[in-house]
Design a protein around this ligand. Structure first.
Ligand SMILES: Cc1cc2nc3c(=O)[nH]c(=O)nc-3n(C[C@H](O)[C@H](O)[C@H](O)COP(=O)(O)OP(=O)(O)OC[C@H]3O[C@@H](n4cnc5c(N)ncnc54)[C@H](O)[C@@H]3O)c2cc1C
Length: 390
């Protein structure tokens, strides 16, 4: 797996090698303690910043390394093998700022991205609301046009990196006048009056990722906060979700890679009834062999989606497929591998139970598995109606 892949892909960029080393030497040793303490990985981020890992995913124009989607997801997979939630805390500002990077003006990019990267700051994506999780188009957070810009009111929840973010990228129902409204994205600086970040949510998975609620009460926004035109939100949301789901899929493949690598070592050592090494048992061989096939399929789906994105072609369906398959596999693989470890599977020391818990979150965030399948079905139906290949 990992080592074989390294030999086979010597053309992989510096970013991938840096991720691999960083994951093994810095992240892996910290993962358990940070999970137990439910603590944001500040010290890990400091070292990641020194290696350029926090800025690398951004385009060159704003100070990043200009990675392709394929390179980016390759590296994310390596990081996520050590710890998926820590990876998320490190790379998600790139996801959150996607609308600004894609459709922002030069002034917005300078103000909300370049400046933020120079300061080593974070951005958070505020889509989910207490009453609207899967149905993001029903956002109730509302921005109303005023003489000087916009007035924002509403409540978001599960805002990843919310406790540390200095900019929130917010999806809101936008009202210009009685005839003109639509969904729009706004970049909202945290220090704007009326922005309140609540307490981090206690949860069983992704514990080092803070996900607090954020409320906006009569928040005055300058015109520069609106990204794109009023009503562009739905279109930007589609592209944003397609993009961040590549990262979610990479977290899934990374998590399964680590489980499988460790499991092969474990079953090679453990002896079980009547006195056999576990890796001589056919059900163990069949389980791990099948999971490796499935992991390869998950990687192939992800690579296809990332390559389409890199060629500027539509990739929403492929990214939904990749996210669905990789994260569903992460849940199944962690469950099956946990069983192979016996009691050690649920003990903190053996690196299985944390991944089993984290895998559960992967099928919920960035749109649940059901939403991925609905996206795939919509695209399938469209292709059939148009007489395109399926
Ligand atoms: C670790 C983590 C980090 C997150 N980070 C962020 C973040 O940074 N920013 C942010 O905005 N949000 C974030 N979220 C929230 C996440 O995006 C939502 O949880 C997700 O979109 C699902 O919404 P919901 O939980 O409200 O579920 P609901 O929408 O209430 O759905 C409940 C269940 O019903 C199913 N369901 C819903 N509609 C249908 C349907 N039509 N057909 C079949 N089944 C359906 C869903 O699949 C789900 O299983 C995060 C979540 C997690 C777990």
């Amino acid at each position: 797996m990992g080592d074989g892949a390294a030999r086979a892909r010597t053309d992989r960029p510096e970013w991938w090698r840096t991720c691999r080393t960083f994951a093994r030497e810095v992240m892996e040793p910290q993962a358990r303690a940070l999970d137990e303490a439910a603590e944001f990985p500040f010290a890990v981020h400091e070292r990641a910043a020194a290696e350029g890992l926090l800025t690398a995913p951004f385009p060159r124009e704003v100070g990043g390394a200009g990675l392709t989607s394929e390179e980016f997801t390759d590296g994310v997979g390596e990081l996520a093998a050590a710890c998926a939630p820590m990876t998320w805390t490190m790379v998600f500002s790139r996801g959150a700022l996607h609308p600004v990077l894609d459709d922002g003006t030069p002034e917005q990019r300078e103000r909300f991205v370049t400046g933020l990267l120079r300061r080593g700051g974070y951005a958070a994506l505020a889509l989910t609301e207490p009453d609207n999780g899967s149905n993001l188009l029903a956002a109730r957070t509302r921005a109303v046009r005023t003489d000087s810009g916009w007035l924002l009111n509403g409540a978001k929840c599960m805002t990843g990196n919310g406790t540390v973010a200095e900019v929130f990228v917010v999806l809101a129902d936008t009202v210009v006048n009685a005839r003109r409204r639509g969904l729009s994205f706004f970049a909202v600086p945290r220090d704007t009056p009326g922005v309140t970040v609540g307490e981090n949510l206690a949860k069983t998975a992704f514990r080092c990722l803070p996900t607090p609620p954020v409320t906006f009460r009569d928040v005055p926004l300058e015109p520069v906060s609106l990204i794109g035109e009023v009503g562009d939100g739905e279109h930007l949301l589609g592209r944003l979700l397609a993009t961040i789901r590549l990262g979610g899929a990479a977290c899934g493949t990374g998590l399964v890679t680590a489980l499988l690598r460790n499991a092969v070592g474990w079953v090679g050592e453990r002896r079980v009834y009547p006195d056999e090494r576990m890796d001589t048992l056919s059900h163990v061989q069949l389980t791990l062999g099948r999971l490796h096939v499935e992991l390869s399929a998950a990687r192939a789906l992800l690579r296809d989606a990332a390559r389409l994105a890199d060629r500027g072609l539509p990739f929403g369906r492929e990214s939904a497929m990749a996210k669905y398959y990789a994260t569903d596999l992460a849940v199944r693989a962690s469950n099956e591998i946990l069983q192979l470890y016996g009691w050690r599977g649920i003990a903190a020391d053996y690196g299985v139970e944390k991944r089993w818990r984290d895998a559960r979150a992967l099928t919920i965030y960035e749109g649940s598995s059901e939403i991925q399948l609905l996206t795939v079905f919509r695209e399938l139906r469209r292709a059939v109606v148009r007489g395109e290949g399926v």
